[in-house]
Design a protein around this ligand. Structure first.
Ligand SMILES: C[S@@+](CC[C@H](N)C(=O)[O-])C[C@H]1O[C@@H](n2cnc3c(N)ncnc32)[C@H](O)[C@@H]1O
Length: 251
């Protein structure tokens, strides 16, 4: 099973795995997500839109009990299974979220997946699919495009990517189509298409899917392995991150 939005990722597993060490992900996004999640020891987790499984493996290594990575792109799942096996990690990777998984997880993590909803109906369905595996009180942590992202296409170039809205003036309208070019240090040359969804659209989709206590958090720079973050280099990103962190609970 795949869809048009996920199909564009079939060949991008290596890129997304390598991207986890790009400075904005390594020093800002990943530690901010882990700080938001807190201790995962003993938790059952779904990595929704897991890609090459970078977070799924990270959470398993951090002590999560059961980790299920879900993605629609078989190319991503294939790479995710191989990488987990190479590390000897017991992580399941699936292409559909079975009804039997419903209501039994503590946490769903969905990093950079909401922007691939192609319509409001798709956004509603994605949010309800992300919430369905959770037991009541379980948490969803997800990263949509930031409501205050900078629409000037060159702004994020120092961080390895460019975001170009079809219409600059409509860059913050629900459903605005955005071309994401990925080229960090000229080592990559790939483009994917995403959609911008605003705060109201996302919150209403989350509520319709059964969420409450919705909070928006700002990613911030962290020390990594004891090293201070390169603040000067990351400054423009920290001021206007391209993604926000949304946390909510299944009612
Ligand atoms: C930008 S990548 C992010 C991958 C991973 N979460 C990461 O942080 O590296 C988006 C992923 O979401 C997947 N995806 C897109 N639409 C999806 C959907 N409706 N259901 C599940 N996965 C989806 C894509 O196949 C792709 O692997």
């Amino acid at each position: 099973m795949t869809n048009e939005s996920a199909a564009q990722f079939e060949e991008l597993a290596d890129l997304y795995e390598d991207m986890s060490i790009w400075p904005f992900r390594r020093c800002i996004e990943t530690p901010s997500v882990l700080e938001t999640i807190g201790d995962v020891a003993g938790l059952d987790v779904v990595d929704f839109g897991c890609g090459a499984g970078t977070y799924a493996r990270l959470l398993k290594r951090a002590g999560a009990r059961r980790v299920v990575g879900f993605d629609l792109a078989e190319g991503m799942l294939h790479s995710a299974r191989r990488r987990a096996a190479e590390e000897g990690l017991d992580v399941e990777f699936v292409s559909n979220l079975d009804a039997q998984l419903k209501g039994s997880f503590d946490l769903t993590l969905g990093v950079y997946v909401l922007p691939y909803a192609q319509s409001q109906a798709d956004l509603d369905s994605m949010c309800s699919q992300m919430l369905a595996p959770l037991r009541p009180g379980g948490r969803l942590v997800t990263l949509p495009i930031h409501p205050a992202y900078e629409p000037e296409p060159t702004y994020y170039e120092p961080y390895g990517f460019r975001m170009t809205a079809d219409r600059f003036e409509g860059a913050h309208e629900d459903g605005a189509r955005i071309k994401l070019d990925l080229f960090f240090q000229q080592r990559y040359d790939a483009s994917v298409y995403a959609q911008y969804w605003g705060r109201d659209a996302i919150e209403s989709a989350l509520r319709a899917g059964g969420a409450d206590s919705i909070e928006w958090r700002q990613p911030r720079a962290h020390r990594v392995n004891g090293d201070p973050p390169p603040l000067a280099e990351l400054d423009a990103y920290v001021r206007k991150p391209h993604a926000a962190i949304v946390v909510c609970r299944r009612a």
